[in-house]
Design a protein around this ligand. Structure first.
Ligand code: ZN
Ligand code: ZN
Length: 141
């Protein structure tokens, strides 16, 4: 596709940008972000303080801007690592090592995302202090 093709059906969404609370870690999403899901697993709840909503982007389309090298990766299991800002603690990324995509925190994205939550996952591990009344599908795992 060349310049001037804007508006064609296959045109990807305009790049989205985002970052952590302190601004040290910034990112640009060069490709499409999947419809977000909310994860209620114990790990996401502990790391975020509640449940965690994220969308997936191809690793090749996630452009990091981290001039002070504040992004840290916590190896949460043999197959998954979790990215956060060492300065402000923002939980930004969830990444399965053997897959070609990264989950990006919806709360880290600048401005309007143009997306809607699609489903809840790991509701078998959700906290006892809230209810889900939005009518979206719920996966136990
Ligand atoms: Zn930060
Ligand atoms: Zn989770």
């Amino acid at each position: 596709m060349s310049e001037g093709d804007e508006g064609a059906a296959a045109t990807p969404p305009a790049p989205r940008s985002g970052g952590c609370l302190c601004g040290a870690v910034r990112f640009t999403l060069r490709g499409a972000l999947s419809a977000p899901v909310a994860c209620h697993c114990v790990q996401c709840r502990r790391q975020s303080g509640h449940f965690w909503a994220s969308g997936n982007v191809a690793k090749a389309d996630l452009e990091l801007h981290d001039p002070e090298a504040q992004l840290r990766w916590y190896q949460a299991s043999a197959k998954v690592r979790r990215g956060f800002c060492a300065r402000c603690g923002s939980f930004l990324f969830w990444e399965p090592l053997a897959r070609g995509w990264t989950s990006v925190a919806m709360g880290a994205i600048d401005g309007a995302t143009g997306l809607r939550l699609q489903r809840h996952i790991f509701v078998a591990e959700q906290g006892d202090y809230y209810d889900l009344g939005d009518g979206l599908p719920q996966n136990p795992r």
